[in-house]
Design a protein around this ligand. Structure first.
Ligand code: ZN
Length: 359
């Protein structure tokens, strides 16, 4: 065969190979619930697709020895950066929560290339997003018991039930209110503060760099609430007014998307008193803006929120979360001024006035 034919044939082979690969690469469906192996695969795919800004960080093991990991998202600047924490799936049955974390990651990655504000936030801060914290429980809720809530560690000697409520296990007024010491209870708080490996992982990871975190968002369902510290009625956060103001503005942002009302307040004021939550621990550790999101709905479907509500739930919650995150960012980095500068710079670039022509 002539050289030209060979090149032509190779090109055809190459093109069909590219075509096949493109067909095989199925778009990830953010509006379905995904079992754990698919979520893990998705995390790797995010790192592959956005190698400059996404890195998988492993930071603990579950009771059943599965690796707990998060996506660290931000631009490498060489500077020490501030940080935003978000975890989903601390309660196994709240499937909308992991779906939201994945949507959140997709949105910020989609936005940052074109939106100067997100670009600026990714330069100043890293986003630490854990799509599923209670991995053992999440898998159990898929395989065995849809409404499982706790982790999967065995109960203490003499008790036949398993599982500790991870959101009662943190070192924040642990074991004092809104918990049970009976290991079969859904709000069993464990044998001591931070007895559970999943709570330990968050405590050590966040605790070791707590001065970096501006914001701690932990995502649950259901009830359409934004909960501020503290769960114990005898304690009030020093910045309670700020937490409420920012929370109420976030609820406004949520309402604007699909008209859903989110109630803002402390747990004892709008839900029930509790102790040992990760949100309270975060605030007590010095992280100023700590919130629990209770996503849709109000009880019609409860934990079994239909898949056709994933998209609207994520859209509105994204708007609320972004409000809190933007507030945290701007408070620290004087964002109004920086945005004006960024906008001016974009305009100068647009009219062709670049650095080299500015004397
Ligand atoms: Zn929950």
């Amino acid at each position: 065969m002539t050289m030209l034919n060979f090149v032509g044939l190779s090109l055809v082979v190459l093109l069909s190979a590219v075509g096949a690969a493109a067909v095989e690469r199925v778009e990830y469906d953010y509006y379905k619930y995904h079992p754990m192996p698919e979520i893990s695969k998705w995390m790797s795919q995010m790192q592959t697709d956005y190698p400059d800004v996404v890195r998988i960080v492993e930071y603990g093991k579950t009771y059943e020895r599965r690796t707990i990991s998060l996506l660290k998202i931000g631009q490498e600047t060489g500077e020490k950066k501030k940080a935003i924490w978000m975890d989903c799936g601390i309660h196994a049955r709240e499937w909308i929560a992991p779906a939201f974390c994945q949507y959140f990651v997709r949105e910020i990655l989609k936005t940052y290339k074109t939106d100067p504000k997100m670009q600026q936030m990714m330069k100043n801060m890293d986003f630490y997003v854990t799509p599923v914290l209670n991995i053992d429980g999440y898998i159990y809720s898929w395989d065995t018991e849809r409404l499982w809530r706790k982790n999967r560690s065995p109960g203490p000697a003499g008790c036949n039930c398993s599982g500790t409520d991870l959101n009662r296990n943190f070192d924040a007024n642990w074991g004092t209110i809104g918990v049970s010491n009976y290991c079969c209870s859904n709000i069993y708080c464990g044998t001591e503060p931070v007895s559970e490996p999943e709570a330990q992982a968050v405590t050590y990871f966040v605790g070791s760099r707590k001065e970096d975190f501006l914001c701690f968002l932990t995502i649950h369902s259901y009830g359409q609430l934004l909960l501020v510290p503290y769960g114990h009625p005898n304690f009030t956060a020093p910045n309670y007014n700020e937490l409420m103001d920012v929370g109420l503005a976030a609820a406004d942002a949520i309402r604007k998307v699909h008209g859903k009302n989110y109630t803002v307040g402390t747990s004892p004021d709008v839900l029930y008193a509790n102790s040992g939550s990760s949100r309270d621990w975060a605030r007590m550790s010095g992280i100023p803006l700590a919130y629990t999101f209770e996503l849709r709905d109000n009880g019609t479907f409860g934990f079994k929120l239909p898949e056709d509500q994933i998209q609207p739930t994520c859209e509105e919650a994204y708007s609320g979360a972004l409000h809190i995150i933007t507030y945290a960012h701007d408070k620290t980095f004087n964002g109004a001024v920086a945005t004006a500068v960024a906008t001016l710079w974009t305009m100068l670039l647009a009219v062709g006035v670049t650095g080299s022509s500015l004397m």
